[in-house]
Design a protein around this ligand. Structure first.
Ligand SMILES: C[n+]1cn([C@@H]2O[C@H](COP(=O)(O)OP(=O)(O)OP(=O)(O)O)[C@@H](O)[C@H]2O)c2nc(N)[nH]c(=O)c21
Length: 192
């Protein structure tokens, strides 16, 4: 049985993976995350999820390595992590009263033979109409500056939503656990 590795620096992905109660190690992958010319958002998150897993294959040579990448898409424009208050305010102002698609790429690489399962899990958030003051109060309370889309769905971020649509809310938070369990099963690791 191969041991499990999470190729991610995200504390949220670690927390989500803990729910499966499998021992795992984690390490931060170092890759160039820039988008290629004419690359769709879906192609981008699939490629980056795979590249994050592959970046750790040399160090973890007989392991099942999980990589994941997420972007938000509004009007064909890709929104990544805001990193600061100004950009987060701009992201939520643009999202106010609108629908934002989140695409989360997931890769499971078996570094023993290089085989890799890859998928992209969609999730949509329909936002309430938000005033500048509501956005400011939210951002000051939660500071979600390392989250694509500028909110934490599992926290106060829920107060920004009108409704949501998708198969697995964990994909919105950062790691599609339902799809991951299926991939682990194919790779020979059964959960539970
Ligand atoms: C919508 N949303 C996005 N994120 C985080 O936004 C980040 C998307 O950014 P990313 O996919 O580029 O990953 P990151 O660079 O953080 O880590 P990497 O794996 O080392 O590359 C991830 O860390 C997600 O967990 C979120 N995190 C939380 N807790 N809650 C949310 O609702 C949420």
């Amino acid at each position: 049985m191969s041991s499990l590795v999470l190729a991610s620096s995200s504390p949220y992905r670690r927390e989500l993976l803990n729910r499966l109660r499998q021992p795992f190690e984690w390490a931060a992958p170092s890759i160039d995350e820039s988008r290629r010319p004419d690359e769709s958002a879906e192609a981008l998150v699939r490629r980056l999820a795979r590249e994050k897993a592959q970046a750790l294959a040399g160090r973890f040579a007989s392991h099942l390595i999980i990589g994941s990448d997420q972007v938000a898409v509004l009007d064909g424009q890709i929104l990544g992590k805001p990193h600061d208050y100004q950009r987060a305010h701009a992201q939520l102002s643009a999202a106010s009263g609108r629908s934002v698609s989140f695409l989360t790429g997931l890769a499971l690489l078996d570094s023993r033979d290089g085989s890799c399962q890859v998928d992209c899990v969609p999730y949509t958030v329909h936002f309430r109409t938000l005033s500048a003051e509501q956005i400011e109060r939210y951002l000051k309370a939660e500071e979600p500056y390392d989250c694509a889309g500028s909110f934490k769905a599992e926290g106060l971020g829920i107060s920004l939503f009108r409704s949501t649509e998708g198969a697995d809310v964990n994909s919105l938070i950062g790691l599609p656990l339902i799809r991951l369990v299926e991939m682990l099963d194919v790779a020979g690791l059964q959960v539970p």
